[in-house]
Design a protein around this ligand. Structure first.
Ligand code: APR
Length: 173
């Protein structure tokens, strides 16, 4: 199972995978952070396609083409804003990973890359988010053949270390 999961440091817009996941907002019309980086690299046609999707609820996921990105598709998901943990943030974040993976499976995609959703502008604690991301991904891959592999693309050493220790935590359990 864990051989289907990889953790790397890098820029998700450079990943040559079937789908990269975008940490978007509910309008799906772009923003800063990884959302801004993905839209810049994909070009203006991505926003045009997103405009037709009519937004996305927190915890849900929608798919578009990759346009000028090396990735074939972008799966847009909206993470929860961290408000201290008492507003169902953990479950909503888990939904981002579960629904993103389910959408990749429905589209018969083999490889998918995730950023660390909600841990930037939305303030979700990184180590807690990484544990949720890895646990949800392992649970999904246990029951599904597709996607075949998942890569967590971490922007910075701290996020990388958190995802690595989350994987180690599962391996050790
Ligand atoms: N590749 C991979 N990860 C990246 C990249 C990149 N090119 N750029 C930023 N990140 C990382 C951040 O360092 C952080 O770890 O993505 C993670 C998520 O941070 P944000 O992009 O701020 O996303 P989030 O916290 O989910 O906030 C979403 O910010 O950009 C707006 O429109 C977006 O309103 C939405 C909100």
């Amino acid at each position: 199972m864990l051989d289907r999961i990889e953790v790397v440091e890098g820029d998700i817009t450079k990943q040559e995978v079937d789908a990269i996941v975008n940490a978007a907002n509910t309008t799906l019309l772009g923003g800063g952070g990884v959302d801004g980086a993905i839209h810049r690299a994909a070009g203006p046609k991505l926003k045009e396609e997103c405009r037709a999707l009519g937004g996305c609820d927190t915890g849900e996921a929608k798919i578009t083409g990759g346009h000028d990105l090396p990735a074939k598709h972008v799966i847009h998901t909206v993470g929860p804003v961290w408000r201290g943990g008492g507003n169902d943030e953990d479950n909503l974040l888990a939904g981002c990973y579960r629904n993103g993976l389910a959408l990749a499976g429905q589209h018969r995609l083999r490889t998918i890359a995730f950023p660390s959703i909600s841990t930037g502008a939305y303030g979700f604690p990184v180590a807690r988010a990484a544990r949720i991301a890895v646990a949800e991904t392992v649970a999904f891959l246990r029951d599904h053949e597709l996607p075949e592999s998942v890569v967590f693309v971490c922007f910075g050493r701290d996020v990388y270390d958190c995802h690595r220790s989350a994987v180690a935590g599962i391996a050790g359990s």
